[in-house]
Design a protein around this ligand. Sequence first.
Ligand SMILES: Cc1cc2nc3c(=O)[nH]c(=O)nc-3n(C[C@H](O)[C@H](O)[C@H](O)COP(=O)(O)OP(=O)(O)OC[C@H]3O[C@@H](n4cnc5c(N)ncnc54)[C@H](O)[C@@H]3O)c2cc1C
Ligand SMILES: NC(=O)c1ccc[n+]([C@@H]2O[C@H](COP(=O)([O-])OP(=O)(O)OC[C@H]3O[C@@H](n4cnc5c(N)ncnc54)[C@H](OP(=O)(O)O)[C@@H]3O)[C@@H](O)[C@H]2O)c1
Length: 259
Amino acid sequence: MTEATYTCQTVTARQDWVPGKLFSLRVTRPAGFSFEAGQFARLGLPEEDGGAPTLWRAYSMVSGVQDPWLEFYSVVVPDGAFSPRLAALREGDSLYIDKTVFGFLTLSRFADGEDLWLIASGTGLSAYLSMLAEPGLWQQFRRVVIVHGVRTGDELAYRAEIDAWRARAGVHEGAERLVYLPIASRESLPGKPQARLTTLLEDGRLEALAGIALDPARSRIMLCGNPGLLTDARAFLKTRGFLPGRRGIPGNLAVENYW
Ligand SMILES: Cc1cc2nc3c(=O)[nH]c(=O)nc-3n(C[C@H](O)[C@H](O)[C@H](O)COP(=O)(O)OP(=O)(O)OC[C@H]3O[C@@H](n4cnc5c(N)ncnc54)[C@H](O)[C@@H]3O)c2cc1C
Ligand SMILES: NC(=O)c1ccc[n+]([C@@H]2O[C@H](COP(=O)([O-])OP(=O)(O)OC[C@H]3O[C@@H](n4cnc5c(N)ncnc54)[C@H](OP(=O)(O)O)[C@@H]3O)[C@@H](O)[C@H]2O)c1
């Protein structure tokens, strides 16, 4: 990675959702940095203070495509090379960003569809937050279901922001246009089953909770986060008629593994 391929940006704000585990950083946006909602940046940090960036990791943009800043939401992997360093950044610190943006988990993957299911585990939620700010999402889809699977309720970051989008989205034929399903696997949340998302998908409870049936003709599904979850969810969804697009044929499923 040479200096010509990245820029140095400045952290302008941070939020700790679960201290020591989950946090967000807002940083200055490089000039000319444009992206589609759902894409990711490569963030860089030096191994030693003041050095050139040598550690690079993928991070989905949380911020909307029109926002004048970039925002990223991160977990801290305690023995990870990158995330503890990222977590140590404070306002005024430098963060390097590759000039190129990457990724195909975007709304352009779906040519049509009526109901959009955005299913995430943990920080996989990041990519979907950027999508909520897309006017095209609300023009294309009648209803949107955000499913966020976490270990415990305190990890339900951005809950207030999603509720604000819910209020703004309003109703369609008497039903909320944005359905938000926060699900915890290691504690019980009021009115929600304590379970993994794969279990709720397979036994039909996810559809019952949303009040919307999964239908390959009408539903479009995105999966983002833990690769084990995604592999199992993808295998189950295949039995229900959901497949990613290939060779120019639009699909009804889009998947992004975080590791
Ligand atoms: C396309 C893409 C987009 C990504 N977007 C984000 C994002 O928006 N936010 C984010 O926090 N991470 C994101 N990641 C993961 C991120 O790139 C790093 O893997 C993460 O920051 C950990 O880096 P690390 O060096 O500390 O540990 P690594 O050595 O990279 O990972 C070590 C282990 O930690 C676990 N792990 C890694 N990432 C996560 C995670 N996000 N949640 C739970 N467990 C994890 C896995 O078991 C992994 O094997 C994304 C990855 C990809 C491929
Ligand atoms: N959460 C913590 O206590 C904690 C604390 C410090 C650091 N960390 C770091 O954070 C990382 C974990 O982050 P995270 O909790 O956001 O992500 P995660 O482990 O992917 O868990 C998120 C959700 O996905 C579920 N899940 C995991 N594997 C699955 C599979 N194969 N099939 C179906 N569902 C699955 C989990 O259920 P289960 O609950 O059943 O696993 C949980 O509901 C670890 O790598 C660790 O380094 C975690």
